[in-house]
Design a protein around this ligand. Structure first.
Ligand code: NAP
Length: 247
């Protein structure tokens, strides 16, 4: 059974990806920040599906916690095949002229630095140059990287733009080491993240602007992630799948 790590898998897109990964036969490392109950539900469901779950609490905005998470995985799970860099945050909707540096640091520390450091730890384990077996990384970006999210969270959009550039560069850097690196760009998907922005019903407000005229479901993003992780995507690296209903 191949082992994959999914950051932020207690709910939303990460949880849907964890369940689909279990159905696809992966052992799943389920990372979370605070929502222990949700994580336990996901882990129990993974086991019920006949796969193995390994739960690790770690704050990916903290470099030490990333390092300790991967060390624990080395000791308790063995070699890893894949990483889904899914954990991400946004802050209340506002304009750039009202954003302070603390907010910007919080968003960038999780969405950019945390994502890059998780990829770094995964590469050092999966790379055939370092004695690994190769593997796949899927970064969860956002369609915001293209739209810029004006009047809502340009900082968040910029963090996802950084992830797109990181995906392209890392893919080229590790291609010869047996690692593929791709990203998905979800559009408006029904999860709790919109509440963090201060608008629980954001998808309902904006769905008429989506060409497919509806919001997306977390499992629709998970399908794209699982394809990119799989050997079916063996000639695909440095690529993006927009799961955004045509936005
Ligand atoms: P969500 O429902 O708010 O879930 C966020 C997940 O990230 C939770 O599991 C949370 O853990 C975890 N998390 C947050 N900060 C973390 C940290 N510092 N360390 C570890 N885990 C952390 O969000 P979602 O909508 O599923 O979003 C998942 C990804 O998709 C994000 O990268 C987001 O930017 C991206 N995305 C979402 C949408 C959308 O419309 N939903 C659109 C485009 C892109 P706890 O539950 O333990 O707090």
């Amino acid at each position: 059974m191949k082992t994959i790590i999914i950051t932020g898998a207690s709910r939303g897109i990460g949880a849907a990806t964890a369940l689909l990964a279990a159905k696809s036969g992966y052992t799943v490392v389920v990372n979370y920040l605070k929502y222990k109950e949700g994580t336990e539900i996901v882990a129990n469901e993974i086991e019920r599906l006949g796969s193995k779950a390994f739960v690790v609490q770690a704050d990916i905005s903290k470099p030490d916690e990333i390092f300790h998470m991967f060390s624990r995985i080395d000791r308790e799970c063995g070699p890893i095949y894949g990483l889904v860099n899914n954990a991400g945050v946004l802050e209340p909707q506002t304009n750039v002229d009202r954003m302070d540096s603390e907010r910007l640091l919080r968003v960038m520390q999780t969405n950019v630095i945390g994502t890059i450091l998780c990829a770094k730890e995964a590469v050092t384990r999966m790379s055939i140059k370092h004695g690994g077996m190769g593997g796949a990384i899927v970064n969860v970006s956002s369609i915001a990287a293209k739209t810029g999210s004006p009047f809502e969270y340009v900082d968040y959009a910029a963090s996802k733009g950084a992830i797109d550039t990181f995906t392209v560069g890392l893919a080229k850097e590790v291609a010869a080491e047996g690692i593929r690196v791709n990203a998905v760009r979800p559009g408006l998907v029904y999860t709790d993240i919109h509440a963090s922005g201060g608008e629980t019903d954001r998808v309902e407000r904006l769905k008429s602007k989506i060409p497919l005229k509806r919001g997306g479901e977390a499992n629709e993003v998970a399908e794209a992630i699982l394809w990119l992780l799989s050997s079916k995507a063996s000639f695909t690296t440095g690529s993006f799948i927009d799961v955004s209903g045509g936005l």
